[in-house]
Design a protein around this ligand. Structure first.
Ligand code: ZN
Length: 293
């Protein structure tokens, strides 16, 4: 299945277009794109047996984030060796660095990115969507708790992110629009059915067509199952929670000299088998930190 958020309603994306889940199920499932993950087992059982109506063509501009209101947003730092190295880290982490992106930063897959500073950077990321509660789950069982995979950008203001005395990443990664997500949540069996290995997907990012990031999710230091094991050892992961799994090498802050996003540039982010995100950068309301002023 490919599950999306079309104008605020949960839909299945088929070859012919979008199928409204609430309508096609005669109200068995509601229209809320986040809440459907609480009924994940029932939804997959229904979708595998239901006679679905033909999909309706839709305008991709109406796609919102497929999980617009996750209860918890986890994000992982330094989870590809190449990115750790470009960040000046040569002792690879033995525990995944974890922060959050506040929920108000989540937006749909296509649109504008307002730049509040001159130091906004890009981070292409694979996103895990939880489909069953996971608490004290071993890595070997972790995929059973995953509804599917999607894509996010972890846009990051490097100045705000690194404000002393103890850098706390979350605010610097949570300006409005800093977490575009989508275009759909793709289930693991769907990826397998189109010949993809969901543990080894190409991921990348271009700016105005220039490739800046390209890697494979098999290069993750902490794989998806290990992340679920480590996170769920501390707290329960709930249906509809999302995990941004970290970004590969090629961010602007790691370049010599550093490069950051400029108004007018277009960022395209992709993961094979899932799709792509596109943001057009525009000037935003200026922001300065106390330490930078
Ligand atoms: Zn990131």
């Amino acid at each position: 299945m490919r599950i999306a958020n079309l104008a605020g309603r949960a839909v299945l994306i088929t070859d012919s277009g979008a199928v409204d889940i609430a309508e096609a199920s005669h109200g068995r499932f509601g229209p809320d794109p986040t809440a459907i993950y609480r009924d994940w087992a029932d939804l997959t059982a229904w979708a595998s047996t239901a006679e679905l109506p033909a999909g309706t063509p839709y305008d991709e501009a109406d796609l919102g984030a497929p999980v617009p209101e996750p209860g918890q947003v986890f994000a992982i730092g330094l989870n590809y060796r190449g990115h750790a190295l470009e960040s000046g880290i040569t002792d690879f982490p033995v525990e995944p660095p974890v922060f959050t992106k506040f929920r108000s930063s989540i937006t749909g897959p296509y649109g504008q990115l307002e730049l509040p500073t001159a130091t906004v950077d890009w981070e292409a990321e694979l996103v895990v969507v939880i489909g069953a509660e996971a608490h004290h789950v071993a890595a070997a069982d972790a995929w059973d708790h995953v509804a599917g995979l999607t894509i996010a950008q972890d846009y990051s203001d490097r100045t705000r992110q690194l404000v002393p005395p103890v850098p706390q990443f979350s605010l610097g990664k949570s300006f409005p629009g800093f977490t575009p997500m989508g275009p759909a949540v793709v289930t693991l069996d769907e990826l397998t059915s189109v010949g993809r290995d969901y543990e080894d997907l190409e991921i990348g990012c271009t700016i105005d067509g220039e490739q800046v990031q390209k890697s494979r999710t098999s290069d993750l230091i902490f794989s998806v199952p290990v992340l679920i094991e480590r996170l769920s050892a501390v707290l329960p992961l709930q249906p509809g929670d999302v995990i941004l799994t970290g970004t590969p090498a090629g961010v602007g802050g790691g370049m010599q000299p550093p490069r950051f996003l400029q108004a007018g540039e277009e960022v395209v982010t992709w993961v094979e088998g899932i799709g792509e995100l596109r943001q057009h950068c525009v000037p935003g309301r200026p922001h300065t930190t106390a330490s930078a002023s």
